[in-house]
Design a protein around this ligand. Structure first.
Ligand code: ADE
Length: 260
């Protein structure tokens, strides 16, 4: 039997749509988190809310790897757009992740995780390519997924898919000054969030594939909090469900295939 894959988001609002369709879940409580063990699209899955921030995410990833033996971790949810063309409603698939608030200089170069030699942790190319293909299909017709009213309410016309660097830190970026500083220091960063690079580091240590797909909920500026939770529930959670189920559908290792 194939080991499960893990689907992780930080907050209930980000994963709510996916948890609602997990039919045969068993909930296991460890370290204050509920791990939803079950199946999606015929794949063995463990879904969990990591809680917010790098330490919470790293703890969750470690439990997934050590207690559930997952064969891959995919992080989903929302992020703030940093690069100029990365707009609310776009989707970003990370190719690399970096902790923007990690600085052990002058002992180690800024951003480098001490003793690893890495600042930028690469995601798994096979999973990232599959998530990209799934997201591209979804973004071609957002009205089909979300309905015309939601698309109009959030002005989600012609959403785009981006691939590249995502940066993580223990700070919700909600001012033009802070996002300008990130753009200045890390000009190739597409988006910011608060967990992904920590999970990438844990997966690197365990040699387990990791990927991340995030919907842009705000521009990490002074309006970043406006309608945030409503957007997450109405748009991002549904994008996550659609992208993840498309990916799982195409993934080898379905339970029925093995039983047949
Ligand atoms: N997640 C979504 N938007 C964010 C922001 N502006 N800063 C950090 N994490 C986020």
């Amino acid at each position: 039997m194939a080991a499960p894959v893990a689907i992780v988001a930080a907050m209930q609002e980000e994963l709510g749509a996916l948890l609602a369709v997990m039919p045969d879940e068993r909930r296991v409580r460890i370290a204050g988190r509920e791990f939803w063990v079950g199946h999606l699209q015929g794949q063995s899955v463990v879904a969990v809310l990591s809680r917010i921030g790098k330490v919470a995410a790293a703890t969750t990833a470690t439990v997934l790897l050590e207690r559930f033996g997952v064969r891959a971790i995919v992080f989903t949810g929302v992020a703030g757009g940093l690069a100029p063309g990365v707009r609310v409603g776009d989707v970003v698939v990370a190719t690399r992740l970096l902790q923007h608030d990690l600085d052990a200089s002058p002992i180690f170069p800024r951003y480098e995780v001490p003793l690893t030699g890495h600042a930028r942790f690469a995601t798994d190319t096979v999973i990232s390519d599959a998530l990209t293909a799934a997201a591209q299909k979804i973004l071609r017709n957002p009205v089909a997924l979300l309905g015309q009213k939601v698309v109009d309410d959030f002005a989600l016309h012609a959403p785009r898919l981006h691939r590249g660097l995502v940066v993580s830190g223990d700070r919700f970026i909600a001012s033009a000054a802070d996002s300008d500083a990130l753009r200045h220091d890390l000009p190739d960063a597409l988006a910011c969030e608060m967990e992904g690079a920590a999970v990438a580091q844990v997966c690197h240590d365990f040699r387990v594939p990791f990927a991340a797909v995030r919907t842009i909920s705000d521009r990490a500026d002074d309006q970043a909090h406006t309608d945030f939770l409503r957007f997450v529930a109405a748009v991002a959670s549904r994008y996550s469900l659609a992208i993840i189920t498309k990916w799982l559908d195409a993934l080898p290792g379905k339970a029925q295939q093995e039983d047949a």
